[in-house]
Design a binder for this molecule. Structure first.
Ligand SMILES: Nc1ncnc2c1ncn2[C@@H]1O[C@H](COP(=O)(O)OP(=O)(O)OP(=O)(O)O)[C@@H](O)[C@H]1O
Ligand SMILES: [Mg+2]
Length: 317
């Protein structure tokens, strides 16, 4: 157990209230809380269960030595999607997470992923209302454009953020990185030229796992990310649909036949990908792709995927 954070009062109350109600294998557990007055004012404390493998951000930003394998990335995306689907669709009332990002996706010892930080969560619109009007909060780089522009919040704002995180999983880059050259700082803009043509697609894949991914699987994930990043919130899928699509991608990835790079499908239908080609990107050379099992995945329960059935595949093209 680990005392984690002291936040503003409103966020603290929100967190205690919501985490006291929600219960799901992909949401972090609140172990305890306290608020005490001392000479410094009110001291507030939240104690979460300890997530031994830290956050997804820690792994993607190489704070943790070995990179997450492609299979682990798919699994983490699926877990996180299940958490969001529960909040959006499976409770008596709808909760919009509002701060979905890699540092709020925590990983247990067996890499089961859980969402944390409910301080900004907001109850969804009541029956008949399309959105909640609210001040814009969240994290730059993840918030949906219509929410930033109008303050109109719907569950589809979380779906947008989910799409951003999918691109972070695919590329190993942050949604916004001021340390990169100007043209590469905004992830969604940087990926545009690469996802529209199959010849350049590999250039966006995380170089830390070069040699371990399946191009076709990565393309399907890009296609899903693009659906989540549709300009019109209504065109974005519901999180339960995302869970289903991810389940299918995982299934196909574990059972698919070897594919040639030239066979790659062009599945991009989102404005995010409609731009001219450029030459920027990671260096790449043709190689043998070795799709290996990198971690031992434990048996999962509760209607989740059974990772014991994962079959490593060796591909050459
Ligand atoms: N329950 C936990 N178990 C283990 N590590 C945790 C836990 N909660 C947070 N952390 C670690 O602390 C880091 C910071 O989390 P924290 O929520 O304080 O900040 P943040 O997510 O970067 O920003 P924000 O305040 O906007 O949520 C995480 O990336 C993770 O490494
Ligand atoms: Mg956090």
């Amino acid at each position: 157990m680990q005392p984690v954070c002291i936040q503003g009062h409103k966020e603290w109350i929100t967190e205690v209230n919501f985490l006291g109600v929600v219960k799901h294998p992909n949401l972090v557990k609140l172990v305890g809380y306290c608020a005490e007055d001392d000479e410094r004012g009110i001291q507030r404390l939240l104690v979460y269960e300890l997530m031994r493998n830290k956050s997804l951000e820690d792994h993607l930003l190489a704070r943790v030595p070995s990179p997450l394998s492609w299979t682990m990335r798919l699994k983490i995306a699926h877990d996180a999607a299940c958490g969001l689907a529960y909040l959006h669709e499976e409770m008596d009332f709808q909760l919009i997470f509002r701060d979905f990002k890699t540092s709020n996706i925590l990983l247990e010892e067996d890499f089961n992923a859980k969402l944390s930080d409910f301080g900004l969560a907001r109850q969804g619109p009541t029956e008949g209302l399309g959105h909640v009007s609210t001040s814009v909060v969240g994290t730059v780089g993840y918030a949906a454009p219509e929410y930033v522009q109008t303050g109109r919040l719907t569950a589809k704002s979380d779906v947008w953020s989910f799409g951003v995180v999918l691109y972070e999983l695919i590329t190993g880059r942050r949604s916004l990185d001021r340390n990169l050259p100007k043209s590469e700082q905004k992830l969604l803009e940087w990926v545009k030229p690469f996802v529209s043509g199959s010849k350049k697609f590999h250039l966006i894949l995380d170089p830390r796992i070069e040699g371990q991914y399946c191009i076709k699987s990565a393309q399907k994930l890009v296609s899903l990310a693009n659906k989540c990043l549709m300009k019109q919130p209504k065109s974005r899928p519901k999180m339960s649909e995302v869970v289903e699509i991810l389940g299918q991608i995982i299934k196909d990835t574990s059972s698919s036949e070897p594919v040639k790079e030239d066979d790659n499908v062009k599945e991009n239908e989102d404005p995010v990908v409609e731009t001219e080609p450029t030459r920027q990107g990671n260096s790449y050379r043709r190689r043998v792709f070795d799709f290996r099992e990198m971690v031992s995945l434990r048996n999962r329960t509760g209607g989740k995927l059974d990772w014991r059935n994962w079959t490593p595949v060796v591909r050459t093209w």
